[in-house]
Design a protein around this ligand. Structure first.
Ligand SMILES: *Cc1c(COP(=O)(O)O)cnc(C)c1O
Length: 458
């Protein structure tokens, strides 16, 4: 039987209907036309296949509307992080402070003096803005902000060690998630890797012998970040490395990864390298991220000796890797919190790290009471972001005993404001530590909807 294709209206006919006007108002004329045409051709194909459908304007407009909704949806969107991993790289690392957000808004909304010297009325430098705050905070001579820490390390090595040796301990040939591997960054910078020592032990004599025999342009020290070596291990302390480097008149570059400006030990965590500490131990340049333990936007920060930074700023890659005005605005506002001393309350990651287990217990119990489901159990949050491996923060979790945890996780991910939770002991758990206060209501509303479904809870 031939399908009746005559029941399909023309686009012109459809455009005369009020529903078309509504779509055009929301999505514009060209995309509405595209959606209508695509819908008509889909329906035509189904009729040709022999499907029995009644083609009504209502069907056409519903289908077109859902196409348009999908085409116009932002694929990058906010989520609720209920995993308890504070610097979750997959979830965008550090949420920003209110004043960092305000700075982004004010800077991006109009023009700014990004590269304009307001005193002199002529061209200025963008690196000046955050550098001034960074040198105040760390007592470094100068500073430069680039796209991320991988870019910082690449730029430093390209500027100071291209076609020359870079000396590094075998225990520090690290890989960070997302493809940052020290040997590969070295290769890209055209520096030659000169590895010394063994996987577990490297002594200062290993460095010295290599320097005497082969020479080097730089000694690179890299923080292990996301792993620990324990047992029969040895690495020379930073001051000894600095003394050796300076005796051979070459710089010591320290990639400390997280770039804490304050001591994590005050929160019962292991000690992470601190920028100021590395500089006072004698590192000539220190590289670190802006969005790990600093709690700011994605950025790579290089602080240290002025003459080295002058050379680095002149390298052609510096232009390619430079930070934009939005990053500089947010980073500067974040750094001000450290200068003023209100970082613990103003910067979200420190609020989260410093939350006590008792306060988190109250929050989890409040959730449990609101939902009248699940139970509260002690658990652990982690810092994440390649810092503090194996270190945990005691927390309290809301635990939901559901029949199919993976199916529930998928349902949660598909919410308009997606919720990312985790499975522990075959139950779905929610850690209040990383759930922002203004997202709590949405989380509870969604969970209420979840448990009201049949056959969800065990
Ligand atoms: C995280 C990390 C990097 C990479 O930093 P990004 O800001 O993610 O580019 C480099 N080195 C170390 C030691 C790190 O921990």
């Amino acid at each position: 039987m031939n399908p009746d294709l005559r029941q399909i209206p023309s686009v012109d006919q459809l455009l005369r209907l009020p529903a078309a006007t509504a779509l055009i108002e929301s999505f514009g004329r060209p995309m509405t036309l595209k959606a209508l045409r695509e819908t008509l051709s889909t329906l035509r194909a189904r009729l040709v296949q022999g499907q029995e459908i009644e083609v009504t304007p209502e069907l056409i407009f519903t289908h077109s509307q859902s196409l348009l909704n999908a085409w116009f949806a932002l694929s990058l969107k906010p989520v609720i992080n209920a995993t308890g991993v504070i610097l979750h790289t997959n979830l965008g690392r550090a949420p920003l402070s209110q004043s960092a957000l305000q700075a982004i808004f004010e800077t991006a909304q109009g023009y700014c003096n990004l590269e304009y010297d307001l005193d002199e009325g002529r061209r200025g430098t963008r690196s000046h803005h955050a550098a001034q705050l960074l040198t105040q905070l760390t007592d470094a001579e100068d500073a430069l902000v680039v796209n991320n820490n991988a870019a910082a390390v690449l730029l430093v090595l390209s500027s100071l060690a291209a076609r020359r040796n870079v000396l590094i301990a075998r225990s520090q040939l690290i890989e960070i998630g997302g493809g940052f591997r020290i040997p590969e960054v070295l290769l890209q910078s055209r520096a030659r890797l000169l590895e010394v020592g063994t996987t577990n032990r490297t002594r200062i004599e290993d460095y010295e012998n290599a320097l005497r025999d082969s020479g080097a342009a730089v000694i690179l020290h890299a923080h292990h970040s996301n792993f620990r070596i324990i047992g029969f291990t040895e690495e020379p302390p930073l001051p000894a490395l600095a003394e050796l480097a300076h005796r051979y008149q070459i710089p010591l570059v320290d990639d400390i990864g997280s770039g804490a400006l304050i001591d994590t030990a005050q929160f019962c965590l292991a000690h992470e390298p601190i920028v100021q500490e590395s500089l006072s131990a004698g590192a000539d340049l220190v590289c670190f991220s802006g969005d790990k333990l600093l709690g700011g936007p994605q950025a790579g920060i290089i602080v240290g000796k002025k003459d080295l930074l002058e050379k680095i700023k002149r390298h052609p890659l510096a232009r390619a890797l430079r930070a934009d005005k939005i990053t500089l605005a947010a980073l500067s506002a974040t750094l001000i919190h450290y200068l003023r001393g209100d970082w613990e309350h103003a910067i979200p990651i420190w609020q989260m790290i410093s939350q006590s287990s008792e306060v988190l217990k109250e929050r989890a119990e409040h959730w449990q009471a609101e939902l009248d489901a699940g139970f509260v159990t002690p658990g652990y949050s982690t810092v994440g972001g390649g810092s503090l491996p194996g270190e945990t923060l005691p927390t309290h979790l809301l635990s939901l005993p559901v029949k199919s945890p993976t199916r529930v996780l998928k349902w949660l991910r598909n919410r308009p404001l997606p919720i990312i939770a985790r499975i522990e002991n075959d139950q779905v758990v929610f850690d209040p530590r990383t759930v922002l206060l203004d997202q709590e209501k949405t989380l509870l509303d969604e969970l209420r909807q979840l448990i009201s479904q049949e056959n969800i809870l065990k």
